[in-house]
Design a protein around this ligand. Structure first.
Ligand code: ATR
Length: 282
């Protein structure tokens, strides 16, 4: 769609940024809703992040998403952060406020819960344990979101145990850290299993996990979305577990930013998902 001189401009800052699906995602919504706006990729090296962020209001840009490797560094570079960003320790969405100051938000946890609840019955996860595989940045936003949602207890397991122990200490709440070699055993009575590791992603090693002790009612969610149907999800579906793939989190996390920048609450639809995935080689 062509834009006018009044167009609102937002974008995504990353280094590199070429892999980001956000321009396709926001571009679809801009077209779909006929909004006079544009969402552009901004390749910014880490040492230039501070300059790039401070230039946003000067350029009249309404806001940006942040992707690898900028999310953590941005915490110290914005004027204020919302509660989720402060607890997660990372910013994925920056809104330029009317006075030109920058508000850093984190919508990854929102995206995670919105994706899960739109495709599975989530109520039971408040009563039974949740198992989280992995202790990277994605795990952190998911654990904070699960706690805010009101889950009872979380069993956290990671190849490098110290990372899981550190995360438990920093986040607090009811988190049990379990050794990576015990990951199959802790599936007993869990109502939700989330893979936040890169295992099972194209080009990465497979996730080896015996699902035998997982109740068949438990929801299985893989945040990997390339491939969309990972071996974990295929194995879970075969034994009758409800499954949720990883693309929903990506699509839903984008909604609050789009609404703040362009003034319209966007919808996640099958057509959006097809647009974002199909022409991106998935
Ligand atoms: P992100 O911030 O996107 O979550 P990350 O910080 O690189 O990414 O975390 C990747 C996760 O996948 C980590 O939990 C990592 O485990 P380690 O903390 O031990 O590195 C996990 N992971 C990656 N490769 C793995 C492998 N071969 N076996 C087990 N876990 C792996």
């Amino acid at each position: 769609m062509s834009i006018t001189g009044n167009a609102k401009i937002a974008g995504v800052i990353g280094w590199p940024v070429g892999h980001s699906l956000s321009p396709r995602l926001h571009g679809y919504w801009l077209d779909h809703y006929g909004i006079d706006g544009s969402y552009i990729p901004l390749a910014v090296e880490p040492e230039n992040l501070a300059d790039a962020l401070s230039a946003l209001s000067k350029l009249g840009i309404v806001g940006v998403n942040l992707t690898v490797p900028h999310k953590e560094a941005a915490i110290g570079l914005v004027d204020k952060v919302d509660d989720a960003a402060a607890r997660i320790g990372a910013v994925n969405t920056v809104v330029v406020l009317k006075d030109g100051s920058l508000e850093g938000r984190n919508t990854d946890g929102y995206g995670f819960i919105a994706s899960l609840s739109s495709s599975a019955a989530l109520q039971s996860v408040k009563e039974k344990p949740v198992v989280v595989l992995g202790a990277g940045g994605a795990a952190r936003s998911i654990i904070v979101a699960l706690q805010d949602y009101g889950v009872g207890s979380i069993r956290l397991t990671n190849r490098t145990r110290e990372r899981a122990d550190q995360m438990r200490e920093e986040i607090g709440g009811d988190i049990d850290v379990v050794s990576w070699d015990q990951r199959a055993a802790v599936l007993e009575d869990a109502m939700l299993l989330v893979n936040t590791t890169t295992l099972g992603m194209g080009g990465q090693p497979a996730l080896e996990l015996d699902l035998d002790s997982l109740p068949t009612e438990a929801i299985v969610n893989d945040i990997v979305y390339s491939p969309l149907k990972t071996d974990l999800l295929a194995k879970a579906a075969e034994r009758g577990n409800p499954t949720v793939d990883g693309v929903g989190m990506l699509l839903h996390q984008a909604r609050p930013g789009f609404a703040a920048w362009f003034g319209r609450e966007p919808e996640v639809t099958d057509a959006l998902q097809a647009h974002v995935l199909n022409r991106s080689g998935f």
